[in-house]
Design a protein around this ligand. Sequence first.
Ligand SMILES: [Zn+2]
Length: 148
Amino acid sequence: MLYYIKKNFSLFRDFAFSDTIIYFGVAGVLAVQFVALVNSFVNDFFLQLIISISGSDLNFDQLNFKINGTPINYGMTITILLNFVIILTLLYFLIILPYKAIKTSKVLKKKTCLICFNECHIEATKCYHCHENLPEKKEENVLKLTLI
Ligand SMILES: [Zn+2]
């Protein structure tokens, strides 16, 4: 019984202090800060800019209309929708597009020598390590990009 608990505790300790958990923790903190930054940008800058251009003294969060005396707060929906669109746009242009560019660039693609199993440049015709002729480009011989 004690051995069983000790073994599972060591497995739990390995899990709790694994790299994946650390990365998820850092990603969570970054996500929270990113959302706070976008919220601040939308509420304190973008919507205030729209209000100042329109010349009226309104608060976007308090925009509403009433149906049978019940307020429908569409201003809050507009604010959250703007947050969503800005987050989506920033994620696309700051993360997804550069990731796709790196992934499809030939600079980081490599192929493996079938004799010595070392990696060579995708355009190489001879192995840098053993000087054997490399096979022509084939998709199954191209290694996928591995990010750090
Ligand atoms: Zn080789």
